[in-house]
Design a binder for this molecule. Sequence first.
Ligand code: SF4
Length: 275
Amino acid sequence: MSQLRKIKISVSKAKTFEQCKRKFYYQYILKLSTELKVYNALGSLVHLIFEKTFKKWLESNYQISLREAAQEAWQNCKGTKEWIDAEKFDSIKKAREYAVQYFKKYETEYMDESKPIRCEPKFVLPLQIDENLSAEVVGFIDRIDRIDNKKIWLLDYKTTNKVQYLDFFQLGIYTAACLHGPYRGYEIEAAYVLLKHGMKLKEMDSPNRTYMQEVEKMVKIVKEMDVTINETKLFPACFSKLCDYCDFQKRCYKDTGGPPKAVRQSFSKTGADTW
Ligand code: SF4
């Protein structure tokens, strides 16, 4: 393994690898297709509505109202893949509810403090791991808002119910991409916007000070991924409660024999009086 190697990675790819190598193998090596779920369909449409609305508002240099921008965005979403997928789960009304709720909250609580400057910008964060291994972390940031000329918000919309499982890996990597890219020297605020929790923010504590630990986590994952893909080629299953939400559960249980069964103990009524 001495030749120069480069790994292209995203936050979700890294998280899948960390969660279960077998899942990673099915998703990113075999590239097996996944089934569309209601929460993915709803989340994708809400993301699209937000993206189109804030882009439109930004293009107008904030001259039209957010409501006008949202109305136009809504019309432009009709017929898109995200719209058709959401229709399959009868989720259009729900997506509208989330959008209306968020725009109202934005207008009353955040609009005076900050304004969107980028919607869904692509970033590339290069990492030199050692002399032979490098990585390119790629992704899209849902939204960047400007607070003042040296301070920005990084925002990521989340449709999950399980807020307790949200760590700051993703926001830490976004912070690194900004600080080592176009927002060098800026003060960063970063948060998840929790759509299923009244649009509350789950904020990362001092991103400028803490993001490096998330970068170090990414470096560790890249090193392990490199060894797994290029050397051991072993992708063991990691059975956990997350298996119930895994797209590849059927295939995995067939290939591996499923999770270890709990061994039933049978006890005789009286002890044998000896070990
Ligand atoms: S079912 Fe569980 S162990 Fe199997 S691939 Fe999915 S997450 Fe991994």
